[in-house]
Write a protein that binds this ligand. Structure first.
Ligand SMILES: NC(=O)c1ccc[n+]([C@@H]2O[C@H](COP(=O)([O-])OP(=O)(O)OC[C@H]3O[C@@H](n4cnc5c(N)ncnc54)[C@H](O)[C@@H]3O)[C@@H](O)[C@H]2O)c1
Length: 465
Protein backbone atom coordinates (compact mmCIF):
# COMPACT_ATOMS: atom_id res chain seq x y z
CA UNK A 1 0.00 0.00 0.00
CA UNK A 2 1.27 3.43 -0.90
CA UNK A 3 1.21 5.43 2.23
CA UNK A 4 2.56 8.76 3.27
CA UNK A 5 2.64 10.38 6.61
CA UNK A 6 -0.04 13.04 6.87
CA UNK A 7 2.72 15.61 7.28
CA UNK A 8 4.43 14.46 4.04
CA UNK A 9 1.22 14.78 2.05
CA UNK A 10 0.55 18.23 3.39
CA UNK A 11 4.13 19.27 2.71
CA UNK A 12 4.12 17.83 -0.82
CA UNK A 13 0.93 19.54 -1.83
CA UNK A 14 1.23 22.61 0.31
CA UNK A 15 -2.16 21.95 1.83
CA UNK A 16 -3.76 22.41 5.16
CA UNK A 17 -5.68 19.58 6.77
CA UNK A 18 -8.96 21.28 5.87
CA UNK A 19 -8.24 21.07 2.13
CA UNK A 20 -6.97 17.54 2.00
CA UNK A 21 -9.28 16.40 -0.76
CA UNK A 22 -9.64 16.83 -4.47
CA UNK A 23 -11.91 14.88 -6.73
CA UNK A 24 -10.88 14.39 -10.38
CA UNK A 25 -7.26 13.88 -9.43
CA UNK A 26 -5.68 12.00 -6.60
CA UNK A 27 -7.51 11.95 -3.33
CA UNK A 28 -6.13 11.16 0.06
CA UNK A 29 -7.65 9.90 3.26
CA UNK A 30 -6.52 8.60 6.57
CA UNK A 31 -6.29 4.87 7.07
CA UNK A 32 -6.79 3.10 10.38
CA UNK A 33 -3.22 3.88 11.39
CA UNK A 34 -3.83 7.55 10.75
CA UNK A 35 -1.58 7.51 7.69
CA UNK A 36 -2.67 9.40 4.61
CA UNK A 37 -3.10 7.14 1.61
CA UNK A 38 -4.25 7.52 -1.94
CA UNK A 39 -7.86 6.49 -2.44
CA UNK A 40 -10.13 5.43 -5.28
CA UNK A 41 -11.15 7.68 -8.10
CA UNK A 42 -14.32 7.41 -10.18
CA UNK A 43 -14.76 9.42 -13.36
CA UNK A 44 -18.49 9.87 -12.71
CA UNK A 45 -17.69 11.93 -9.63
CA UNK A 46 -17.64 15.72 -9.67
CA UNK A 47 -16.10 18.40 -7.52
CA UNK A 48 -18.81 19.53 -5.14
CA UNK A 49 -19.88 23.16 -4.84
CA UNK A 50 -20.62 22.59 -1.18
CA UNK A 51 -20.36 19.59 1.11
CA UNK A 52 -23.36 17.32 1.57
CA UNK A 53 -24.72 17.88 5.09
CA UNK A 54 -25.76 14.96 7.26
CA UNK A 55 -27.13 14.08 10.69
CA UNK A 56 -25.72 10.95 12.32
CA UNK A 57 -28.07 8.77 14.35
CA UNK A 58 -25.93 6.62 16.66
CA UNK A 59 -22.40 7.89 17.36
CA UNK A 60 -20.90 4.47 18.04
CA UNK A 61 -18.40 2.52 15.99
CA UNK A 62 -20.02 3.05 12.57
CA UNK A 63 -21.16 6.59 13.24
CA UNK A 64 -17.50 7.39 13.84
CA UNK A 65 -16.43 5.75 10.56
CA UNK A 66 -18.59 8.25 8.67
CA UNK A 67 -17.45 10.95 11.05
CA UNK A 68 -13.81 10.26 10.19
CA UNK A 69 -14.62 10.50 6.48
CA UNK A 70 -16.13 13.92 7.04
CA UNK A 71 -13.09 15.08 9.00
CA UNK A 72 -10.74 13.82 6.27
CA UNK A 73 -12.90 15.28 3.46
CA UNK A 74 -14.66 18.37 4.78
CA UNK A 75 -15.34 19.57 1.25
CA UNK A 76 -17.51 16.48 0.67
CA UNK A 77 -19.35 15.72 3.89
CA UNK A 78 -20.27 17.97 6.80
CA UNK A 79 -21.90 16.40 9.83
CA UNK A 80 -24.23 19.02 11.28
CA UNK A 81 -26.28 17.01 13.77
CA UNK A 82 -26.07 13.97 16.04
CA UNK A 83 -28.46 11.80 18.05
CA UNK A 84 -26.80 9.61 20.66
CA UNK A 85 -28.04 8.71 24.16
CA UNK A 86 -24.61 7.98 25.70
CA UNK A 87 -23.37 11.41 26.90
CA UNK A 88 -19.66 10.47 26.54
CA UNK A 89 -20.19 9.63 22.85
CA UNK A 90 -22.54 12.53 22.14
CA UNK A 91 -20.10 15.05 23.67
CA UNK A 92 -17.07 13.63 21.88
CA UNK A 93 -18.87 13.55 18.54
CA UNK A 94 -20.33 17.04 18.86
CA UNK A 95 -16.90 18.41 19.75
CA UNK A 96 -15.12 16.63 16.86
CA UNK A 97 -17.67 17.95 14.35
CA UNK A 98 -18.36 21.31 15.89
CA UNK A 99 -22.07 20.57 16.13
CA UNK A 100 -24.31 23.33 17.44
CA UNK A 101 -26.06 22.66 20.74
CA UNK A 102 -29.53 22.84 19.14
CA UNK A 103 -28.57 20.06 16.70
CA UNK A 104 -27.55 17.58 19.41
CA UNK A 105 -30.21 15.05 20.38
CA UNK A 106 -30.54 12.28 22.89
CA UNK A 107 -32.45 9.91 20.65
CA UNK A 108 -33.25 9.58 16.94
CA UNK A 109 -36.96 10.39 17.40
CA UNK A 110 -36.09 13.96 18.48
CA UNK A 111 -34.31 14.70 15.20
CA UNK A 112 -37.60 14.33 13.37
CA UNK A 113 -39.49 16.63 15.73
CA UNK A 114 -37.68 19.64 14.24
CA UNK A 115 -37.85 20.79 10.61
CA UNK A 116 -35.43 19.20 8.13
CA UNK A 117 -31.98 20.77 8.54
CA UNK A 118 -29.61 18.64 6.45
CA UNK A 119 -29.44 16.80 3.13
CA UNK A 120 -29.07 13.32 4.57
CA UNK A 121 -29.52 11.08 7.57
CA UNK A 122 -26.89 8.48 8.41
CA UNK A 123 -28.49 5.59 10.32
CA UNK A 124 -25.89 3.84 12.47
CA UNK A 125 -28.14 2.85 15.36
CA UNK A 126 -28.33 -0.79 16.55
CA UNK A 127 -29.80 -3.36 14.13
CA UNK A 128 -33.29 -3.38 15.65
CA UNK A 129 -33.44 0.42 15.43
CA UNK A 130 -33.18 1.03 11.67
CA UNK A 131 -36.80 0.83 10.57
CA UNK A 132 -38.24 3.76 12.55
CA UNK A 133 -35.55 6.29 11.59
CA UNK A 134 -35.41 5.09 7.96
CA UNK A 135 -39.16 5.51 7.45
CA UNK A 136 -39.27 8.86 9.18
CA UNK A 137 -36.20 10.21 7.36
CA UNK A 138 -37.61 9.28 3.94
CA UNK A 139 -40.99 10.71 4.84
CA UNK A 140 -39.36 14.05 5.77
CA UNK A 141 -37.42 14.23 2.52
CA UNK A 142 -33.96 13.25 3.70
CA UNK A 143 -31.62 11.05 1.66
CA UNK A 144 -30.48 8.07 3.71
CA UNK A 145 -27.30 6.11 4.33
CA UNK A 146 -28.58 3.01 6.10
CA UNK A 147 -26.40 0.57 7.98
CA UNK A 148 -26.83 -3.10 7.24
CA UNK A 149 -28.76 -5.22 8.02
CA UNK A 150 -31.72 -3.16 6.81
CA UNK A 151 -34.05 -4.71 9.39
CA UNK A 152 -34.51 -8.07 11.13
CA UNK A 153 -37.97 -8.28 9.55
CA UNK A 154 -38.67 -9.04 5.89
CA UNK A 155 -41.86 -6.96 5.96
CA UNK A 156 -39.97 -3.95 7.34
CA UNK A 157 -37.38 -4.30 4.55
CA UNK A 158 -40.23 -4.19 2.03
CA UNK A 159 -41.82 -1.18 3.75
CA UNK A 160 -38.54 0.77 3.56
CA UNK A 161 -38.15 -0.16 -0.11
CA UNK A 162 -41.73 1.00 -0.84
CA UNK A 163 -41.20 4.27 1.04
CA UNK A 164 -37.94 4.90 -0.84
CA UNK A 165 -39.76 4.44 -4.18
CA UNK A 166 -42.71 6.58 -3.08
CA UNK A 167 -40.51 9.46 -1.90
CA UNK A 168 -37.91 9.06 -4.67
CA UNK A 169 -35.01 9.61 -2.27
CA UNK A 170 -31.42 8.38 -2.50
CA UNK A 171 -30.99 5.44 -0.12
CA UNK A 172 -27.83 3.37 0.14
CA UNK A 173 -27.23 0.29 2.27
CA UNK A 174 -23.75 -0.08 3.80
CA UNK A 175 -22.62 -3.22 1.99
CA UNK A 176 -19.06 -1.94 2.05
CA UNK A 177 -17.39 -4.93 0.38
CA UNK A 178 -18.84 -3.85 -2.96
CA UNK A 179 -16.61 -0.80 -2.77
CA UNK A 180 -13.32 -2.58 -2.11
CA UNK A 181 -10.83 -2.62 -5.00
CA UNK A 182 -10.29 -6.34 -4.30
CA UNK A 183 -13.92 -7.42 -4.73
CA UNK A 184 -14.41 -5.05 -7.66
CA UNK A 185 -11.52 -6.81 -9.40
CA UNK A 186 -12.86 -10.26 -8.52
CA UNK A 187 -16.25 -9.37 -9.98
CA UNK A 188 -14.65 -7.95 -13.12
CA UNK A 189 -12.73 -11.20 -13.70
CA UNK A 190 -15.74 -13.37 -12.85
CA UNK A 191 -17.99 -11.56 -15.30
CA UNK A 192 -15.42 -11.13 -18.07
CA UNK A 193 -16.28 -14.53 -19.55
CA UNK A 194 -12.58 -15.28 -20.05
CA UNK A 195 -12.83 -18.65 -18.33
CA UNK A 196 -16.18 -19.69 -19.82
CA UNK A 197 -19.26 -20.65 -17.86
CA UNK A 198 -19.20 -20.27 -14.08
CA UNK A 199 -19.90 -23.70 -12.58
CA UNK A 200 -19.52 -23.26 -8.84
CA UNK A 201 -18.18 -21.09 -6.02
CA UNK A 202 -16.58 -21.85 -2.70
CA UNK A 203 -16.53 -19.00 -0.18
CA UNK A 204 -15.12 -18.89 3.34
CA UNK A 205 -15.67 -16.08 5.79
CA UNK A 206 -13.17 -16.28 8.63
CA UNK A 207 -14.47 -14.17 11.51
CA UNK A 208 -11.35 -14.72 13.69
CA UNK A 209 -11.70 -16.15 17.17
CA UNK A 210 -11.24 -12.91 19.16
CA UNK A 211 -13.57 -10.93 16.90
CA UNK A 212 -16.19 -13.65 17.40
CA UNK A 213 -15.80 -13.41 21.18
CA UNK A 214 -16.00 -9.63 21.06
CA UNK A 215 -19.06 -9.14 18.86
CA UNK A 216 -21.09 -12.35 18.89
CA UNK A 217 -20.38 -13.82 22.34
CA UNK A 218 -19.89 -10.80 24.61
CA UNK A 219 -20.94 -7.90 22.44
CA UNK A 220 -23.92 -6.25 20.75
CA UNK A 221 -24.89 -9.19 18.55
CA UNK A 222 -24.71 -12.06 21.04
CA UNK A 223 -28.46 -12.79 21.17
CA UNK A 224 -30.05 -13.33 17.77
CA UNK A 225 -33.57 -12.25 18.64
CA UNK A 226 -32.35 -8.96 20.15
CA UNK A 227 -30.46 -8.08 16.97
CA UNK A 228 -30.31 -10.35 13.92
CA UNK A 229 -29.31 -13.95 13.32
CA UNK A 230 -25.57 -14.04 12.60
CA UNK A 231 -26.18 -14.91 8.94
CA UNK A 232 -27.61 -11.40 8.58
CA UNK A 233 -25.70 -9.57 11.30
CA UNK A 234 -22.32 -10.75 10.02
CA UNK A 235 -22.72 -12.57 6.74
CA UNK A 236 -25.18 -10.35 4.87
CA UNK A 237 -21.99 -8.87 3.38
CA UNK A 238 -21.05 -12.30 2.03
CA UNK A 239 -24.49 -13.14 0.66
CA UNK A 240 -24.55 -9.75 -1.00
CA UNK A 241 -21.07 -10.05 -2.50
CA UNK A 242 -21.77 -13.58 -3.81
CA UNK A 243 -24.97 -12.40 -5.52
CA UNK A 244 -23.07 -9.41 -6.93
CA UNK A 245 -20.08 -11.39 -8.23
CA UNK A 246 -22.19 -14.19 -9.73
CA UNK A 247 -24.59 -11.68 -11.29
CA UNK A 248 -27.52 -14.07 -11.10
CA UNK A 249 -30.25 -14.63 -8.49
CA UNK A 250 -30.15 -17.33 -5.83
CA UNK A 251 -32.92 -19.92 -6.25
CA UNK A 252 -32.64 -22.18 -3.23
CA UNK A 253 -30.70 -22.48 -0.02
CA UNK A 254 -29.94 -25.06 2.62
CA UNK A 255 -28.09 -24.24 5.84
CA UNK A 256 -26.60 -25.96 8.88
CA UNK A 257 -24.87 -24.57 11.92
CA UNK A 258 -24.98 -24.23 15.68
CA UNK A 259 -23.36 -22.81 18.74
CA UNK A 260 -20.78 -25.45 19.62
CA UNK A 261 -18.19 -23.91 21.87
CA UNK A 262 -19.14 -20.76 23.77
CA UNK A 263 -21.41 -22.54 26.27
CA UNK A 264 -21.42 -23.19 30.01
CA UNK A 265 -20.58 -26.89 29.67
CA UNK A 266 -17.28 -25.93 28.02
CA UNK A 267 -16.23 -23.53 30.79
CA UNK A 268 -12.79 -24.69 31.98
CA UNK A 269 -12.36 -25.66 35.61
CA UNK A 270 -11.20 -22.70 37.64
CA UNK A 271 -12.83 -20.16 35.34
CA UNK A 272 -15.00 -17.44 36.90
CA UNK A 273 -17.95 -15.20 35.92
CA UNK A 274 -15.54 -12.45 34.89
CA UNK A 275 -11.93 -12.60 33.78
CA UNK A 276 -11.21 -10.11 36.58
CA UNK A 277 -12.65 -12.37 39.33
CA UNK A 278 -9.40 -14.29 39.83
CA UNK A 279 -9.98 -16.79 37.01
CA UNK A 280 -7.39 -19.57 37.35
CA UNK A 281 -6.93 -20.04 33.61
CA UNK A 282 -7.07 -16.38 32.54
CA UNK A 283 -3.39 -16.26 31.54
CA UNK A 284 -3.70 -19.16 29.08
CA UNK A 285 -7.26 -18.45 27.84
CA UNK A 286 -7.43 -17.39 24.16
CA UNK A 287 -10.50 -15.29 24.97
CA UNK A 288 -9.22 -13.52 28.08
CA UNK A 289 -10.77 -10.04 28.24
CA UNK A 290 -7.75 -8.79 30.18
CA UNK A 291 -5.49 -9.92 27.34
CA UNK A 292 -7.72 -8.62 24.52
CA UNK A 293 -8.72 -5.24 25.94
CA UNK A 294 -6.11 -4.35 28.54
CA UNK A 295 -2.94 -5.93 27.17
CA UNK A 296 -3.58 -5.73 23.42
CA UNK A 297 -5.93 -2.70 23.58
CA UNK A 298 -8.04 -4.20 20.80
CA UNK A 299 -11.54 -2.87 19.99
CA UNK A 300 -11.58 -0.69 23.11
CA UNK A 301 -13.86 1.97 21.59
CA UNK A 302 -16.85 0.06 22.92
CA UNK A 303 -15.60 0.70 26.46
CA UNK A 304 -15.79 4.51 26.17
CA UNK A 305 -12.47 5.06 27.94
CA UNK A 306 -10.16 8.04 27.84
CA UNK A 307 -7.48 8.49 25.15
CA UNK A 308 -5.08 9.61 27.88
CA UNK A 309 -2.64 6.69 28.00
CA UNK A 310 -1.69 7.41 31.61
CA UNK A 311 -5.26 6.71 32.73
CA UNK A 312 -6.54 4.38 30.03
CA UNK A 313 -5.30 1.10 31.51
CA UNK A 314 -7.05 1.66 34.85
CA UNK A 315 -10.28 2.72 33.13
CA UNK A 316 -10.24 -0.43 30.98
CA UNK A 317 -9.82 -2.65 34.04
CA UNK A 318 -12.75 -0.88 35.73
CA UNK A 319 -14.94 -1.40 32.64
CA UNK A 320 -14.03 -5.11 32.56
CA UNK A 321 -15.49 -5.41 36.06
CA UNK A 322 -18.86 -3.98 35.04
CA UNK A 323 -19.46 -4.26 31.27
CA UNK A 324 -20.31 -7.41 29.28
CA UNK A 325 -16.84 -7.19 27.71
CA UNK A 326 -15.27 -8.50 30.96
CA UNK A 327 -17.52 -11.55 31.22
CA UNK A 328 -16.35 -15.12 30.71
CA UNK A 329 -17.10 -16.23 27.14
CA UNK A 330 -18.42 -19.56 28.46
CA UNK A 331 -20.95 -17.96 30.80
CA UNK A 332 -22.87 -15.53 28.60
CA UNK A 333 -26.49 -15.92 27.47
CA UNK A 334 -25.32 -15.93 23.83
CA UNK A 335 -27.03 -18.02 21.15
CA UNK A 336 -25.37 -17.11 17.82
CA UNK A 337 -23.90 -20.09 15.93
CA UNK A 338 -20.10 -20.20 15.85
CA UNK A 339 -20.08 -22.16 12.58
CA UNK A 340 -22.63 -21.89 9.81
CA UNK A 341 -22.48 -23.57 6.42
CA UNK A 342 -24.79 -22.80 3.54
CA UNK A 343 -25.36 -24.52 0.19
CA UNK A 344 -27.03 -22.44 -2.48
CA UNK A 345 -28.17 -22.93 -6.04
CA UNK A 346 -28.19 -19.89 -8.28
CA UNK A 347 -29.78 -19.46 -11.70
CA UNK A 348 -28.21 -21.63 -14.46
CA UNK A 349 -27.28 -24.28 -11.91
CA UNK A 350 -24.35 -22.36 -10.38
CA UNK A 351 -23.77 -23.90 -6.95
CA UNK A 352 -22.23 -22.10 -3.99
CA UNK A 353 -20.90 -23.46 -0.75
CA UNK A 354 -20.40 -20.78 1.86
CA UNK A 355 -18.96 -21.29 5.34
CA UNK A 356 -18.90 -18.69 8.10
CA UNK A 357 -16.35 -19.77 10.69
CA UNK A 358 -15.61 -18.27 14.11
CA UNK A 359 -12.53 -20.37 14.76
CA UNK A 360 -10.01 -18.92 12.35
CA UNK A 361 -6.71 -17.19 12.98
CA UNK A 362 -7.49 -14.67 10.22
CA UNK A 363 -10.26 -12.15 9.65
CA UNK A 364 -10.87 -12.21 5.88
CA UNK A 365 -12.79 -13.81 3.06
CA UNK A 366 -11.37 -16.51 0.79
CA UNK A 367 -13.20 -17.18 -2.45
CA UNK A 368 -12.69 -19.79 -5.18
CA UNK A 369 -14.59 -19.58 -8.48
CA UNK A 370 -14.64 -22.69 -10.69
CA UNK A 371 -15.31 -22.05 -14.38
CA UNK A 372 -15.52 -24.55 -17.26
CA UNK A 373 -12.19 -23.27 -18.63
CA UNK A 374 -10.33 -22.09 -15.58
CA UNK A 375 -10.17 -21.29 -11.91
CA UNK A 376 -9.99 -18.00 -10.00
CA UNK A 377 -9.21 -17.68 -6.32
CA UNK A 378 -8.42 -14.95 -3.84
CA UNK A 379 -8.00 -14.12 -0.17
CA UNK A 380 -8.58 -10.35 -0.14
CA UNK A 381 -4.88 -9.79 -0.65
CA UNK A 382 -4.07 -11.82 -3.74
CA UNK A 383 -6.12 -12.94 -6.75
CA UNK A 384 -4.85 -15.85 -8.83
CA UNK A 385 -6.19 -17.35 -12.05
CA UNK A 386 -5.42 -20.56 -13.93
CA UNK A 387 -6.51 -21.13 -17.55
CA UNK A 388 -7.04 -24.85 -18.35
CA UNK A 389 -6.45 -24.30 -22.09
CA UNK A 390 -3.22 -22.32 -22.00
CA UNK A 391 -2.00 -23.56 -18.59
CA UNK A 392 -1.31 -19.91 -17.86
CA UNK A 393 -1.22 -18.99 -14.19
CA UNK A 394 -1.58 -15.32 -13.26
CA UNK A 395 -1.26 -13.64 -9.92
CA UNK A 396 -2.22 -10.17 -8.72
CA UNK A 397 -1.42 -8.84 -5.37
CA UNK A 398 -4.41 -6.72 -4.52
CA UNK A 399 -2.07 -4.09 -3.16
CA UNK A 400 -0.50 -3.76 -6.61
CA UNK A 401 -3.76 -3.07 -8.44
CA UNK A 402 -3.72 0.60 -9.48
CA UNK A 403 -7.01 1.37 -7.81
CA UNK A 404 -5.97 -0.44 -4.65
CA UNK A 405 -3.17 1.97 -3.84
CA UNK A 406 -6.00 3.36 -2.11
CA UNK A 407 -6.70 1.05 0.76
CA UNK A 408 -7.69 4.00 2.77
CA UNK A 409 -10.14 2.89 5.34
CA UNK A 410 -11.67 -0.01 7.20
CA UNK A 411 -13.11 -3.00 5.31
CA UNK A 412 -10.19 -2.96 2.82
CA UNK A 413 -11.02 0.50 1.55
CA UNK A 414 -14.76 -0.19 1.38
CA UNK A 415 -15.83 2.21 4.13
CA UNK A 416 -14.64 5.37 2.42
CA UNK A 417 -15.52 4.06 -1.05
CA UNK A 418 -19.11 3.63 0.10
CA UNK A 419 -19.30 7.01 1.83
CA UNK A 420 -17.95 8.88 -1.18
CA UNK A 421 -20.36 7.02 -3.48
CA UNK A 422 -23.31 8.04 -1.29
CA UNK A 423 -22.14 11.65 -1.04
CA UNK A 424 -21.85 11.88 -4.82
CA UNK A 425 -25.28 10.30 -5.40
CA UNK A 426 -26.84 12.81 -2.99
CA UNK A 427 -24.97 15.83 -4.34
CA UNK A 428 -25.68 14.98 -7.95
CA UNK A 429 -29.22 13.77 -7.12
CA UNK A 430 -28.43 10.58 -9.02
CA UNK A 431 -29.45 7.39 -7.22
CA UNK A 432 -28.13 5.48 -10.24
CA UNK A 433 -24.57 6.23 -9.07
CA UNK A 434 -25.06 3.92 -6.08
CA UNK A 435 -23.51 0.48 -6.13
CA UNK A 436 -25.24 -0.81 -3.01
CA UNK A 437 -28.88 -0.03 -3.65
CA UNK A 438 -31.81 -0.91 -1.41
CA UNK A 439 -33.31 -3.19 -4.10
CA UNK A 440 -30.11 -5.27 -4.43
CA UNK A 441 -29.65 -5.33 -0.67
CA UNK A 442 -33.13 -6.65 -0.04
CA UNK A 443 -32.47 -9.52 -2.42
CA UNK A 444 -29.42 -10.66 -0.44
CA UNK A 445 -31.27 -10.09 2.85
CA UNK A 446 -33.99 -12.48 1.67
CA UNK A 447 -31.24 -15.05 1.07
CA UNK A 448 -30.25 -14.56 4.73
CA UNK A 449 -33.83 -14.89 6.00
CA UNK A 450 -34.23 -18.09 3.98
CA UNK A 451 -30.89 -19.51 5.17
CA UNK A 452 -31.97 -19.04 8.78
CA UNK A 453 -35.36 -20.62 8.06
CA UNK A 454 -33.57 -23.57 6.49
CA UNK A 455 -31.16 -23.97 9.42
CA UNK A 456 -33.92 -23.86 12.02
CA UNK A 457 -36.35 -26.12 10.12
CA UNK A 458 -33.64 -28.42 8.75
CA UNK A 459 -34.96 -28.25 5.21
CA UNK A 460 -34.08 -26.72 1.86
CA UNK A 461 -35.89 -23.43 1.18
CA UNK A 462 -36.67 -21.77 -2.14
CA UNK A 463 -35.64 -18.14 -2.44
CA UNK A 464 -38.41 -16.02 -3.93
CA UNK A 465 -38.09 -12.26 -3.99
N1 LIG B 1 -21.33 -1.90 7.32
C1 LIG B 1 -20.60 -2.62 8.12
O1 LIG B 1 -19.65 -3.25 7.72
C2 LIG B 1 -20.93 -2.67 9.57
C3 LIG B 1 -19.96 -3.04 10.53
C4 LIG B 1 -20.34 -3.05 11.88
C5 LIG B 1 -21.64 -2.73 12.25
N2 LIG B 1 -22.56 -2.41 11.30
C6 LIG B 1 -23.95 -2.05 11.63
O2 LIG B 1 -23.98 -0.67 12.00
C7 LIG B 1 -24.96 -0.45 13.03
C8 LIG B 1 -24.26 0.20 14.22
O3 LIG B 1 -23.26 -0.69 14.69
P1 LIG B 1 -22.06 -0.19 15.61
O4 LIG B 1 -21.00 -1.22 15.55
O5 LIG B 1 -21.72 1.21 15.27
O6 LIG B 1 -22.77 -0.25 17.03
P2 LIG B 1 -22.49 0.71 18.26
O7 LIG B 1 -23.18 0.09 19.41
O8 LIG B 1 -21.05 1.01 18.37
O9 LIG B 1 -23.25 2.06 17.85
C9 LIG B 1 -24.64 2.22 17.89
C10 LIG B 1 -24.92 3.52 18.63
O10 LIG B 1 -26.32 3.81 18.58
C11 LIG B 1 -26.63 4.43 19.80
N3 LIG B 1 -28.08 4.43 20.08
C12 LIG B 1 -28.82 3.54 20.81
N4 LIG B 1 -30.08 3.95 20.89
C13 LIG B 1 -30.18 5.11 20.18
C14 LIG B 1 -31.24 6.02 19.92
N5 LIG B 1 -32.48 5.81 20.42
N6 LIG B 1 -31.00 7.10 19.15
C15 LIG B 1 -29.75 7.33 18.65
N7 LIG B 1 -28.70 6.51 18.89
C16 LIG B 1 -28.91 5.41 19.65
C17 LIG B 1 -25.85 3.62 20.83
O11 LIG B 1 -25.72 4.29 22.07
C18 LIG B 1 -24.53 3.45 20.09
O12 LIG B 1 -23.60 4.47 20.42
C19 LIG B 1 -25.55 -1.81 13.35
O13 LIG B 1 -26.74 -1.99 12.66
C20 LIG B 1 -24.50 -2.79 12.83
O14 LIG B 1 -24.99 -4.05 12.47
C21 LIG B 1 -22.22 -2.35 9.99
Amino acid sequence: MDSFSRRDVLRTFGLTAGSLSFINSETFAENNDEESVLIQHDERYITLERPVTAIVLGAGNRGNVYGRFSLAFPAELDIVGVAEPIPFRNDKYAKAHNIEEKNRFNTWEDVFKVPKFADAIIISTPDYMHYGPAMKALEMGYDVLLEKPISPSYQECLDILAMAKQTNRVIAVCHVLRYTPYFKKLKEIAQSGQFGKLISVNHLEGIEYQHMAHSYVRGNWHVAKETNPIILAKSCHDLDILRWIIGKPCKSISAHGSLSWFKKENAPEGSTERCTDGCKIEKECAFSAINIYHKQRLRIRVLDVTDDMAKQGDEIMEKLKTSPYGRCVYRMNNDQPDHYTTSMEFEDGVTVSFAMEAFTSFEARKTRLMFAQGEVWGDMDEIQTYDFRTKQHTKWRASELPEYKSQASGHAGGDYGLTRNFVQAVAQKKPELLTSTIDASIESHVMGFMAEKSRLNKQMVEVKI
